[in-house]
Design a protein around this ligand. Structure first.
Ligand SMILES: Cc1cc2nc3c(=O)[nH]c(=O)nc-3n(C[C@H](O)[C@H](O)[C@H](O)COP(=O)(O)OP(=O)(O)OC[C@H]3O[C@@H](n4cnc5c(N)ncnc54)[C@H](O)[C@@H]3O)c2cc1C
Length: 362
């Protein structure tokens, strides 16, 4: 049988697989992607928001000064290559829902902390929103144009014969002295970028995943200014198509499926009716399971027993910012043996991963 010889097989083409394959392409590495295109995966449901601060206490996100500039450049360069606008720099207008939420913001502001300021005219958004307790501004934030980026890269890979659109058949993986054999492909390395399905992957199911489901609606609100992200008890993010906004989200820890729920739609519609002063209609409703982890840190690196099988996963709620940075780090680890950041390197789970495999991989 004639084998196609590759350096890497990448399983999964969400945002993690997109960046791993993009950096391979840039580095001139031979690779093949295997992906089963399904609608309810987080990379197709996400708003693409990159926010430099997080939570009620307005805390800077993990590794902000490394991850955010890296992400901005990476999206710009893949966008330039594909001829699309992949990322937009913007500001979050943070509507304080009550005086208690305003307090930490003002405290941080008085300490001149990065990324936050107040509006010169706090009534600027009064024609569009109901708000009683004022606003803060968070910047720079970014919106990744996921609805253009993912299909554009997928099409490029298809045209270049670097994508097989099918579910991975685990029973067809053979470990050979030079690496991995999968059907007609031989490769030195196989990397799983399989998102929440990684929790059922026989090689990596023992990693401490903490999957959670999230939902969002798409609304049409033509009178709402589209130059900003808006945040109150939910986020409103402008989409590339004029007048459309993404609204979300929730975090469900116990769920039976990855489908949208009536409960979320009703609650979101109610919240938007109270918040918005302009007309809107809900035109879409989506849901997906986030590949979150117990430690809230990604998983990257190689299996301690099956040394040519690796993983890039566990992006949780922040795949848009973390995936470019750690895809690059993982590829540099493969090519130049540069170390992975300890907090993401799955070497920390060596013991648990060394237990006998479950399922079809044995
Ligand atoms: C409602 C919601 C809103 C979000 N908003 C944001 C946001 O604004 N900003 C942000 O940074 N993050 C956001 N996230 C989180 C973000 O979407 C995830 O962190 C990110 O998409 C994970 O990407 P991934 O490529 O690792 O996995 P996935 O997106 O799950 O992609 C995995 C891919 O692998 C394929 N696959 C899996 N198993 C197999 C197999 N066995 N064979 C073949 N193919 C396989 C899947 O079909 C899929 O295409 C949001 C998530 C949700 C649910």
């Amino acid at each position: 049988m004639a084998f196609s010889k590759q350096q890497l097989i990448i399983v999964g083409l969400g945002i993690s697989g997109t960046f791993l394959s993009w950096f391979c392409h840039q580095a001139g590495i031979d690779f093949m992607v295997i992906d089963e295109e399904r609608p309810n995966v987080p990379s197709r449901v996400a708003a693409g928001i990159i926010n430099p601060v997080t939570g009620r206490r307005v805390v800077k996100v993990w590794l902000d000064d490394q991850v955010l500039p890296f992400a901005e450049k990476a999206y710009q360069s893949i966008g330039d290559f594909l001829g699309i606008n992949a990322i937009t720099k913007t500001s979050v207008i943070d509507f304080f829902p009550n005086p208690f939420m305003k307090e930490p913001f003002l405290k941080k502001l008085s300490r001149k902390e990065a990324y936050i300021r107040l509006l010169e005219d706090d009534s600027q958004f009064a024609p569009y929103f109901n708000y009683e307790f004022g606003t803060g501004v968070i910047e720079p934030a970014y919106i990744v144009n996921m609805t253009a980026l993912l299909p554009a890269w997928r099409n490029f890979l298809k045209t270049a014969n670097k994508l097989q659109e099918e579910p991975l058949d685990f029973s067809a993986i053979n470990i050979i002295p030079s690496g991995i054999e999968y059907k007609t492909i031989q490769a030195a390395t196989l990397i799983f970028c399989d998102g929440a399905r990684g929790a059922e992957n026989p090689y990596f199911s023992l990693l401490p995943f903490a999957l959670n489901k999230g939902e969002a609606v798409v609304i049409k609100a033509p009178e709402l200014p589209s130059g900003y992200l808006y945040k109150k008890s939910m986020l409103l993010a402008p989409l590339a198509e004029k007048g459309l906004f993404w609204a979300g989200t929730n975090y469900i820890w116990e769920f039976d499926d990855d489908l949208p729920t009536k409960q979320f739609r009703t609650a979101t519609e109610q919240t938007l009716k109270q918040w918005l002063r302009v007309p809107f209609t809900i035109i879409d409703h989506k849901a997906a399971v986030r590949p979150a982890t117990v430690e809230r840190r990604p998983f990257a690196g190689f299996h301690p027993v099956y040394k040519n099988i690796g993983v890039l996963n566990g992006m949780g709620t922040k795949g848009c910012s973390l995936a470019p940075y750690f895809a690059n780090q993982l590829l540099r680890n493969i090519l130049y043996r540069e170390p992975l950041l300890k907090e993401v390197d799955i070497a920390r789970f060596r013991q648990v991963l060394s237990r006998p495999l479950s399922g079809t991989a044995e």
